[in-house]
Ligand binder design. Structure first.
Ligand code: NDP
Length: 463
């Protein structure tokens, strides 16, 4: 009974995380619903086997852990987490710690923390299997004294950015899972914007997959340097194993999703915080899956998109830079909105710092974002001086790309939603006066007069 920590769920993420924990020098006990999986895992643990205690029953698992125990759950989000907690509960002491490191909905984490008779952490882990194995970005949620019990492990297994661990406590209860959710929402927008520019390179410029790969490789040495641009270049250059054709040419263009992008869009609506670029990216995945309807749409309305190559690569790169800033700005504002609604005080610069390495949206730009958010606390990222300068430089490019795309039948939902957000957020007098006029006309909802008087009405109120 001396393993420092336990882990339940030896799937893709659980095995990688368990090996990472063992490699960093912590003794770990593991358990999996299907016993053979545990046996195979232990047999394949190699040099790390001495630090790993495989167990075949929950009783054996619990008995293998040093007290007070700390147990990581790495099972699918939802009912499996509740079921696993229920199964563990009779075997645990009061001060034993449960850590849900899956992609839980943060509302579930809030609920579980409130209902738990044990210390509880909800921890978002990003970086896929590779990240979990060699260093993920870790977003913790829970009480500081509870986090402190496993902080050394979390810091040790996390990715490092120039030596700084990419793991931190974001706030109470579901705060870690909330930040992970928004991370995934931003990831959707970043991926969608890259896909939109890929479409212009492919159908507008008529570039081959290898040529497109080269464009992304070049961009990965500039301001867009990021994991997602890097892998986009690799995906573009890859060949289909079966046919030898360019891989992209054999992949059906219907995007899958597991729900965290959708949760981000739903929560943003609840929080009344606009994230149009992220929501557009979720919608784009939903539209992409309507393959039949899209094919019949093409039959009725004619083939789109058209060839257009009058925008140079610098302009396309600039559009992606501006679009990316806007998507991240929206995500950070959404995280800040939890202050009013949940009373969380999530440290935005720290969020940016722990996203610099390990996670899917890691990029050099996040280092500048961390600095900008630290120097200008509470401001929208796009208005901070460094990023405002970048937006001044590149919003013209975004405008040209969105306009050219629209005129030539290329759909750019995330880029154009980002641009609309930018234009609304830099227009002192917009058009909602018309909305207010309409609302007053049909519902006498009242409006604020430009002279400051509130609850004013139009002439129809006198009828
Ligand atoms: P896998 O499907 O690879 O593994 C799931 C594991 O959970 C298996 O060990 C499985 O055991 C076990 N399990 C499934 N259902 C139950 C249940 N009802 N009770 C007990 N154990 C169960 O999942 P992943 O490792 O990919 O994902 C785990 C969590 O991590 C999820 O919340 C996921 O969203 C999250 N995540 C995944 C990422 C990824 O890139 N894959 C990235 C970040 C987070 P058995 O062998 O018996 O089937």
């Amino acid at each position: 009974a001396d393993a420092r920590i336990g882990l339940i769920g030896l799937g893709t993420m659980g095995t990688a995380l368990a090996l990472n924990i063992a490699e960093k020098g912590f003794d770990i006990a593991v358990f999996n619903r299907t016993t053979q999986v545990t046996r195979d895992f232990a047999a394949g643990a190699g040099d790390l086997a001495p630090r790993i205690t495989p167990t075949e029953t929950l009783e054996e698992f619990v008995a293998a852990l040093a007290k007070p125990r700390a147990i990581i759950l790495m099972v699918p989000a939802g009912d499996p987490v509740d079921d696993q907690i229920e199964a563990l509960r009779p075997l645990l002491d009061d001060d034993d710690l449960i850590i849900d490191a899956g992609n839980a909905n943060f509302h579930d984490t809030n609920r579980r923390v409130a209902a738990s008779d044990h210390p509880y952490l909800g921890v978002g882990v990003s970086g896929g299997e590779e990240g979990a194995r060699h260093g993920p970005s870790i977003m913790g949620g829970g009480a500081p004294e509870v986090w402190a019990r496993v902080e050394d492990i979390m810091l040790a297994i996390s990715a490092k950015y120039k030596g700084e661990p990419c793991a931190a406590l974001m706030g109470p209860a579901g705060a870690g899972h909330f930040v992970k959710m928004v991370h995934n929402g931003i990831e959707y927008a970043d991926m969608q914007m890259i896909a939109e520019i890929y479409g212009i390179l492919r159908d507008g410029h008529g570039l081959s997959e290898d040529e497109i790969g080269k464009v992304f490789e070049d961009w990965n040495t500039g301001p867009l340097e990021s994991y997602l641009i890097e892998i986009s270049g690799k995906v573009a250059r890859a060949r289909d194993v079966a046919t030898g054709k360019p891989l992209l040419s054999v992949i059906v263009d219907a995007a899958g999703q597991k729900g965290t992008g959708r949760w981000t869009a739903i929560e943003a609506l609840h929080l009344l915080t606009p994230i149009p670029a992220i929501s557009a990216a979720v919608d784009a995945r939903n539209i992409s899956s309507r393959l039949q309807e899209r094919a019949s749409g093409q039959d009725i309305f004619g083939a789109a998109p058209q060839r257009f190559d009058d925008l140079d690569l610098k302009t396309l790169e600039g559009a992606l830079i501006a679009g990316k800033i806007l998507a991240y700005a929206q995500g950070f504002v959404m995280i800040a909105a939890t202050g009013d609604v949940y009373g969380w005080d999530i440290d935005l610069p720290q969020v940016a710092r722990i996203w610099r390495e390990g996670c899917i949206i890691r990029s050099t730009m996040l280092d500048d974002m961390a600095a900008a958010l630290a120097d200008h606390a509470g401001d929208n990222l796009m208005r901070t001086p460094y990023f405002a300068d970048l937006m001044k430089t590149h919003h013209g490019a975004l405008r040209h790309v969105v306009a050219g795309a629209a005129l030539n039948g290329h759909a750019t939902p995330a880029l154009s939603s980002g641009l609309a957000y930018f234009d609304m957020m830099r227009t002192a007098r917009g058009t909602a006066n018309m909305i207010q006029g309409q609302r007053d006309f049909f519902g006498l909802h009242g409006f604020v007069h430009v002279n400051g008087a509130t609850d004013q009405h139009g002439p129809w109120a006198q009828d």
